[in-house]
Design a protein around this ligand. Structure first.
Ligand code: MG
Ligand code: ZN
Length: 425
């Protein structure tokens, strides 16, 4: 797994900007920054400072003196929070340097992305999942050039020209903030959805003899159980914790997956002596499912871009986002009616028996907010019959994510065959 990082400009972001900082006594950390860094580090971000230090090129300070300042900054952060910045990188160069050896057009001086790229190699960083935080246009452009998301903390000097070029970073930064207070909120809002419940209790009666000996979710597609296909896909996106409800031949599943550690994930189970239905299965995991999570029907398999789906869910500020797609048998599908302008769901009809409600079918994978637990009754219940309609009535935001990506229930031998075809490539 690749790491993600927060790249930070130093002067003006970590410590107060003073002219030519090379004396330890002049280091003043910006209030709140050590605590912010601690939270980001706890959320698995590498912390990497990337700063231009033209004071070296000008002959005002040496590289050693700058390293000493950086060490001292880390000492101060550690005293406050117990954590440290993982690495300080700085560019000592300048095209008009007084000190001859630093007088080069280097690739590290921001707005070039050299320092970010160097760190990405050393720490195995996925730059797309990383952020650049700075107080100057050059920081933002460096971040953009490296492929990171960017945050400008606006100062009076933020938009000063760089080497005669007038960059307009108001257009460029993904977020522009007045101070550091919202940093954590913004960065963690883009956090991955890390939990999923996979409904795994189904009997698979429609599959005939093949499911007499194994649970439906353990049927092999391309030599791998359906359940493993789904766990691997979700893990690849970023899910770490899985919750499975079991009923039919539970030991087959438990023996195969155990606690998930063999597969690099964490799996918890709930055994249902009597089936609790699709939504009823969630209640057992209520304590753990305390942030937005995926609901995956275990007998549905697909090639969904989870990143795009989650982005849609967040942009809509949705309480539930259902994947929907055109059905060629709407009369016996669960049909979803949406407002065309914004994809907001206005009605859900379980197997309407006619084509009066359109053809957008529920593909049976959801992202849901924990608010859903207020609407799930005790015992057996069903999302489409019992839960989603009540949420709509209560004014919650349900959205349909209409995609043509492959996603299919493989609960019948014909559909299973079709999925096998799709998974060949
Ligand atoms: Mg700065
Ligand atoms: Zn340089």
């Amino acid at each position: 797994m690749k790491n993600k990082a927060i790249f930070l400009d130093r002067d003006g972001i970590i410590n107060k900007e003073v002219e030519n900082l090379y004396k330890k006594e002049e280091i003043v950390l910006i209030e709140g920054i050590p605590e912010i860094l601690k939270i980001l580090k706890e959320n698995k971000f590498k912390l990497i400072v990337v700063s231009n230090q033209p004071v070296i090129a000008r002959g005002i300070a040496t590289e050693e003196e700058i390293q000493e300042i950086n060490r001292e900054i880390n000492v101060k952060i550690k005293e406050k929070t117990g954590i440290e910045i993982d690495k300080f990188i700085f560019c000592p160069h300048h095209p008009n340097a007084n000190v001859e050896k630093y007088k080069i057009n280097c690739e590290c001086r921001k707005p070039s992305p050299g320092m970010l790229n160097e760190a990405a190699k050393e720490f195995n960083i996925n730059l797309k999942e990383s952020w650049m935080i700075g107080d100057r246009t050059s920081d933002i452009i460096a971040g953009k050039n490296a492929g990171c998301k960017t945050i400008l903390i606006e100062k009076e000097y933020s938009y000063k020209k760089i080497e005669g070029k007038n960059y307009d970073s108001e257009i460029l930064a993904d977020y522009i903030l007045k101070d550091q207070n919202k940093l954590v909120e913004i960065i963690l809002k883009e956090k991955k959805i890390s939990k999923a419940i996979i409904l795994s209790a189904g009997l698979g009666t429609r599959m005939g003899d093949v499911t007499k000996r194994i649970p439906k979710v353990m049927l092999e597609l391309k030599g791998k159980p359906l359940l493993l296909h789904n766990i691997e896909k979700l893990k690849e996106y970023g899910v770490k914790e899985f919750y499975l409800n079991l009923h039919y031949l539970p030991e087959t599943i438990i023996n195969y997956f155990g606690d998930g550690s063999k597969f690099g994930v964490k799996i918890s189970y709930n055994l249902e002596p009597e089936l609790l239905g699709t939504s009823g299965a969630l209640n057992a995991f209520k304590e753990c499912l305390n942030e937005d999570f995926f609901v995956i029907y275990g007998d549905v398999i697909g090639k969904i871009n989870f990143e795009n789906w989650v982005k849609f869910h967040k942009e809509k500020n949705a309480d539930v986002t259902l994947i929907i797609h055109p059905s060629n048998h709407p009369e016996d599908s669960d049909i979803v009616e949406i407002q065309e302008s914004n994809s907001k769901i206005i009605n859900l009809i379980k197997k309407p028996g006619n084509k009066n409600f359109g053809i957008l079918g529920n593909a049976a994978w959801y992202i849901v907010s924990p608010k859903i637990f207020e609407f799930i009754p005790k015992g057996n219940s069903d999302f489409i019959k019992d839960v989603f309609p009540e949420m709509l009535k209560a004014g919650l935001n349900l959205y349909g994510y209409n995609t043509l990506e492959f996603l299919s229930d493989v609960g019948t031998p014909e559909r299973f065959k079709k999925a096998e075809e799709k998974f060949k490539t």
